[in-house]
Design a protein around this ligand. Structure first.
Ligand SMILES: *Cc1c(COP(=O)(O)O)cnc(C)c1O
Length: 372
C-alpha cells in the first residue's frame, strides 16, 4: 500500500495548454479599441467549427447560455419545462427566471438523464420545452428525446455544460437540439475561470441572442434598444484563454478517457460498485469518472467519502435531486431512480492532470474500504 500523498488529490482542475500565455498576453496588450473582440470572434468561430454547428455565442456563464436559450424559446408564465430531477440547480433556476415552471422528470439508470420511457406522463398542455442534461459526461438518449419532442411539438434545449467532446452515434453533443449550452467554469473540461457558450443552427436565434446578451440593443442603430435584454458578455481576455484551451481539446479528452480506463482497470475486482455506464452508441469525454455504490455494501456513501478524504482523496457526492429543495411551488414527485443515484453516486478525482499512479492509489484505497 502506498503512503498517503502529501497533497489532497482533487476531483477537478485545469491543464495548461501551450498557447495560454501567448494568447492571453496578446489580448491584454493589444485587445483594445478596434481589437476589443478579436479573440471573442476567434473563439466563437473555432468552437462552432469544432462542434460542426452554424453559430456559437460566447457568454459569461453556462447558466447564462441556458437562460438565453429559454428566452429564445419564447416561454413565460404558465409554461412548463421538462428537466431531469438529477441535475445541477442552474437548470431549474433558469426556468424560474423566465416565469415558467420546471417539471422534474425521472432519470434513466443507463443515461443518468431524462427517462424517455416515462417522460410522457409529465407532459401537459402547457409543456413547451424539454431540457436533457448530459451528466458527468454521460449523455441523454437524444434520439428518444427527439421522438418525444416531435410528437408533442416541444423545443429541445440541451444542457451540454458537462458534455463537451461527447458524441452519440458519432454526432457531437450540442448539435442535437434547437440550442445547447456549454460551461467553461473552472472545474469543467475546458476551464477558463467562468464562461459559457450558446450554440444553435438557427440563424434567427443567434441574431436575437447576440442582442439579448447585450441589453437588447439594435446593432444597426447605435444605443437603440429593441427589447429588455441582459448583460452576459465574455471578456476578450477570457476568450483568448478559451481559444488556447480549445486548440488542445483532443489532448484534454484523451486524458479524461485514459483516467476512466485506469479506474475501470483498477476497480475491476472491487465488488459492489458500478462505474459510468458504457453504451455502444456513446463516445464519452468522461468529465467525471464516477461510481455508484450498491446498497449492500457495509459502508455508506458519506462514510466512504469521509474515509477517502482522510487518505487525501477528494470526492464529490452526486447532485441532490432538485425536487428535494423547497424552492418552488411544486407537486410532490416520485422519482426513485433519481433519488437512488443521488444518494449512492460519487465523483472520483478526474482532473485532466491526474497521474496514473494516483488513480492506482485511489483504486487501492477504495478497494480496501469496500471490503468487509
Ligand atoms: C456547470 C453547469 C452549469 C452551469 O454552468 P456555469 O458556467 O457554472 O454557469 C449548468 N448545468 C450543469 C449540468 C453544469 O454542470
Amino acid at each position: 500500500m502506498r503512503a498517503i500523498p502529501k497533497k489532497m488529490i482533487l476531483t477537478a482542475g485545469p491543464s495548461r495548454s501551450p498557447d495560454d500565455l501567448v494568447y492571453v498576453t496578446d489580448a491584454v496588450r493589444h485587445g483594445w479599441n478596434f481589437h476589443h473582440s478579436d479573440y471573442i470572434y476567434k473563439f466563437e468561430e473555432a468552437f462552432a467549427k469544432y462542434l460542426g454547428c452554424n453559430h456559437a455565442l460566447s457568454v459569461s456563464a453556462g447558466t447564462h447560455a441556458l437562460h438565453l436559450a429559454l428566452v429564445l424559446s419564447g416561454i413565460g408564465k404558465g409554461d412548463e419545462v421538462l428537466i431531469p430531477d438529477l441535475t445541477y440547480v442552474a437548470c431549474s433556476n433558469v426556468v424560474h427566471y423566465t416565469g415558467a415552471k420546471p417539471v422534474f422528470v425521472e432519470v434513466d439508470r443507463r443515461t443518468w438523464s431524462i427517462d424517455v420511457s416515462k417522460v410522457e406522463k409529465y407532459i401537459t398542455k402547457n409543456t413547451r420545452v424539454i431540457m436533457p442534461v448530459h451528466l458527468y459526461g454521460n449523455v441523454a438518449d437524444m434520439e428518444g428525446i427527439a421522438r418525444i419532442a416531435k410528437k408533442h411539438n416541444l423545443i429541445i434545449i440541451e444542457d451540454a455544460c458537462e458534455g463537451l467532446g461527447c458524441k452519440l452515434n458519432n454526432k457531437m453533443i450540442g448539435t442535437l437540439s434547437d440550442a445547447a449550452a456549454f460551461s467553461f467554469q473552472g472545474a469543467k473540461l475546458l476551464a477558463i475561470g467562468e464562461g459559457g457558450m450558446l450554440v444553435t443552427n438557427r440563424a434567427d436565434w443567434d441574431t436575437r441572442a447576440r442582442s439579448l446578451a447585450d441589453h437588447g440593443i439594435d446593432f444597426n442603430r447605435q444605443f437603440w434598444v429593441k427589447e429588455i435584454g441582459y448583460m452576459y458578455p465574455m471578456s476578450n481576455i477570457q476568450a483568448a484563454l478559451g481559444l488556447a484551451r480549445l486548440e488542445d481539446i483532443e489532448n484534454l479528452i484523451s486524458r479524461k478517457r485514459k483516467i476512466f480506463s485506469w479506474y475501470k482497470e483498477g476497480l475491476k475486482h472491487t465488488a459492489g460498485i458500478e462505474l459510468n455506464p458504457e453504451r455502444a452508441e456513446l463516445y464519452s469525454s468522461y468529465w467525471m469518472s464516477s461510481i455508484i455504490l450498491s446498497p449492500d455494501l457495509p459502508i455508506s456513501r458519506d462514510e466512504l467519502r469521509k474515509k477517502l478524504r482522510a487518505s487525501n482523496i477528494d470526492t464529490r457526492p452526486f447532485f441532490f435531486p432538485i425536487s428535494m429543495f423547497q424552492l418552488y411551488d411544486q407537486k410532490k414527485v416520485s422519482n426513485p431512480v433519481a433519488y437512488e443515484l443521488a444518494s449512492r453516486g460519487v465523483n472520483l478525482p478526474s482532473g485532466v492532470m491526474l497521474e496514473k499512479s494516483a488513480v492506482g492509489y485511489i483504486c487501492q484505497v477504495i478497494h480496501r474500504l469496500l471490503k468487509t
